[in-house]
Design a protein around this ligand. Structure first.
Ligand SMILES: Nc1nc2c(ncn2[C@@H]2O[C@H](COP(=O)(O)OP(=O)(O)OP(=O)(O)O)[C@@H](O)[C@H]2O)c(=O)[nH]1
Ligand SMILES: [Mg+2]
Length: 303
């Protein structure tokens, strides 16, 4: 676990540095007055925590300050972290094998790269992995996944660009069953969550999986890009209506000065963030850990 923390610390350094400077500023306050809480509230919102979740955090914090009789800024910052850790510590549904995962999300968030990362992770655990090139829409999407499949030496089911994605997924499920694959991970074309016909198409894919899955469990994942900030929340809500999501992968946390969006994502949707993406390579995926995450972003002692 230490190495994961280290990896996050290295990659999220940009995020950490900027935010902990702001938290540091709170130590100038001699009293826990309105100005203190205003500045704290503003900082939380600026870190991409939504107004609703920020208010929930501040209310809880003020209650706990009273009941625990906290006086020092240091104690308050510790308490703030505890509240946030509790908020995001949603248990991840354990995966039982064999499993099919449909990977969904808007354009360019990192779906295909995340599939490669997950394939590598499962492969390292000794699982038999199959991936399906369900993005038949974007030019070169099939090739992109094929390149990963070759690099990682995993089996792939693909069709020509322009083919019906439902038929690719159908073939992939039957291929996985025939090969007794432990894991089937299906790529999908990126789509905007407000395009109703494209969301209906996703719903159709999830129904194909439901119908054909046999003894496979379903574990669908939404991929969101941390740099999109609060829009990620709307994306998650709409995608979850089209495809029942078991979890979320938050990518590109290495490339944002924020990252607080993770907190309302979990608090407001109650869907766990299972992994975070910290780079473009197959090994740049780490399991989400509530305590490590909150400490990295909001602990002024960690720099
Ligand atoms: N820095 C960083 N880059 C990432 C991460 N994940 C993916 N990327 C990069 O983001 C870009 C888009 O990644 P893709 O995996 O192709 O995204 P996608 O969602 O499949 O895109 P579409 O299929 O076009 O919708 C690529 O350049 C990836 O290398 C991450 O965690 N961190
Ligand atoms: Mg893709």
């Amino acid at each position: 676990m230490a190495s994961i923390f280290q990896k996050m610390r290295d990659r999220v350094s940009e995020t950490t540095k900027k935010f902990s400077d702001k938290i540091d500023h709170l130590f100038y306050y001699k009293e826990l007055d309105d100005d203190f809480f205003d500045e704290l509230e503003e900082n939380l919102i600026l870190s991409d925590i939504t107004v609703d979740t920020t208010e929930e955090i501040i209310d809880k914090l003020q209650d706990n300050i009273k009941t625990k009789k906290l006086k020092k800024v240091e104690e308050v910052i510790d308490e703030l972290q505890n509240i946030m850790i509790q908020m995001v510590d949603v248990p991840v549904e354990p995966i039982s094998f064999p499993v099919i995962s449909l990977i969904v999300g808007v354009n360019g968030v990192g779906k295909t790269t995340t599939i490669a990362k997950l394939a590598k992770k499962y492969q390292d655990e000794g699982k038999k992995v199959l991936i399906a090139a369900g993005d038949t829409f974007r030019a070169a999407a099939v090739e992109q996944l094929q390149t990963w499949a070759e690099r990682l030496d995993v089996d792939i089911v693909s069709s020509r660009p322009g083919a019906d994605p439902a038929s690719v997924i159908y073939d992939a499920i039957h291929s996985a069953q025939a090969k007794k694959a432990d894991v089937l991970i299906c790529d999908t074309a990126g789509r905007l969550h407000n395009k109703v016909n494209l969301m209906n198409e996703l719903n159709k894919l999830s129904r194909v999986i439901e119908k054909e899955k046999g003894d496979y469990q379903i574990h669908n994942l939404l991929v969101v890009d941390a740099t999109t900030g609060q829009n990620a929340l709307n994306q998650a809500k709409t995608f979850n209506d089209a495809v029942k999501l078991q979890g979320i992968v938050m990518t590109k946390l290495d490339g944002t000065a924020k990252g607080g969006i993770v907190i309302p994502m979990i608090n407001e949707l109650k869907i766990p963030i299972e992994y975070v993406g910290l780079g473009e390579k197959a090994e740049d995926l780490v399991p989400f850990n509530a305590k490590d995450f909150v400490k990295l972003l909001y602990d002024p002692k960690i720099k």
